[in-house]
Design a protein around this ligand. Structure first.
Ligand SMILES: *[C@@H]1O[C@H](CO)[C@@H](O)[C@H](O)[C@H]1NC(C)=O
Length: 321
């Protein structure tokens, strides 16, 4: 009997300690905001979002639906999903080319995320957004008007800038989009992209945007971007910059397309130490090491054990911690 009680208590302690992201959802944490460099919940307590990014909306529409969002919560153990909406018409039918189809996909997953108690990042997924500022302003104006009253929503204004100047190009672009969002939504988090595929968080650390609840994007692929990028990001955090990792892969994106488990673990340890939030690239079944799903995974099996790749298994385990 004593033994049973001891074991039960030990199990209970484990359950209490574990931070399964699937249990840390919107009904518990409510309205998010930024305090210092941290993301905090409705009570001002530090909160960590952990979840999955959907793959390019024009190439994997089979995962832009409610079944997938259910799976992202229940089986990927997430409290957040990122809707990576393709923009450029040079990429096979993004928002600039077919706004109605793309808007419909985005609204479908926003409404599913709200129904499933998940946070959702609405991502303008391209590299040249500064050349489509008017369209971005219009898009985010519509999204914030329709959904800004829900604490579920986060906005990501520009996925991955490349070699644009932070101070003279990126910052003014973000300010224009932020102004449009804030006209409808005074509170929800806005995450802004940084130069060099969202690695150069050191630049806004020295020249931040004025405003409330603004965070800055950091992206990495574990096998390619290593300690040097963690050092650069740590420097920005130490200066008080709030960072959100809206995209990361467990793999190497150079010549070798394979999972780097050891380096992924170093990244997760660093992210968790800094209480940073992160969404994994990606919910897709493409022949890429970073894909979470095996080939031909149906939407209603997303993240179920038999359908996970090596990367998917590691990520789901991490989301449960
Ligand atoms: C991370 O969050 C925990 C719990 O709120 C807190 O004790 C710790 O100081 C935070 N770490 C950093 C680096 O802010």
């Amino acid at each position: 009997m004593k033994l049973i009680i001891c074991i039960s208590l030990a199990l209970l302690a484990l359950l209490v300690d574990a931070k399964d992201a699937a249990k840390e959802t919107v009904s518990k944490h409510g309205q998010l905001s930024v305090k210092g460099a941290n993301l905090v919940n409705k009570n001002g307590e530090i909160v960590q979002l952990k979840g999955m990014a959907l793959y390019w909306s024009q190439w994997m529409p089979q995962y832009w639906n409610k079944d997938t969002i259910d799976g992202i919560h229940d089986s990927c153990h997430s409290n957040v999903v990122r809707a990576s909406m393709a923009v450029d018409d040079g990429q096979g039918g993004g928002y600039l080319f077919d706004p109605d189809t793309q808007m419909q996909r985005v609204e479908t997953v926003i409404e599913a995320a709200i129904a499933d108690d998940l946070y959702i990042i609405v991502d303008w997924h391209e590299e040249k957004a500064d050349t489509h500022q008017a369209q971005a302003v219009d898009f985010f104006s519509k999204i914030s008007k329709k959904y800004g009253k829900h604490p579920n929503i986060l906005y990501e204004t520009f996925n991955e800038p490349t070699d644009q100047s932070w101070s003279s190009t990126l910052k003014p672009y973000h300010e224009a989009v932020i102004k449009a969002i804030r006209a409808n939504d005074p509170n929800n988090i806005i995450i802004v992209g940084t130069a060099q595929w969202s690695q150069r968080v050191d630049e806004p650390a020295d020249d931040p945007i004025k405003g409330t609840n603004i965070m800055y994007t950091l992206h990495f692929y574990a096998g390619t971007h290593k300690q040097w990028l963690r050092d650069l990001a740590q420097g920005a955090i130490d200066k008080g910059l709030p960072i959100f990792v809206t995209e990361y892969g467990t793999d190497n994106v150079d010549v070798v397309n394979q999972v780097d488990e050891e380096e992924s673990k170093l990244w997760w340890a660093w992210l968790d130490k800094n209480n940073l939030s992160y969404t994994n690239w990606a919910i897709c079944d493409a022949n890429e090491a970073s894909a979470a799903l095996i080939a031909n995974t149906p939407a209603n099996k997303v993240c179920q054990a038999d359908y996970l790749t090596l990367s998917g298994k590691l990520v789901v385990e991490q989301n449960k911690k």
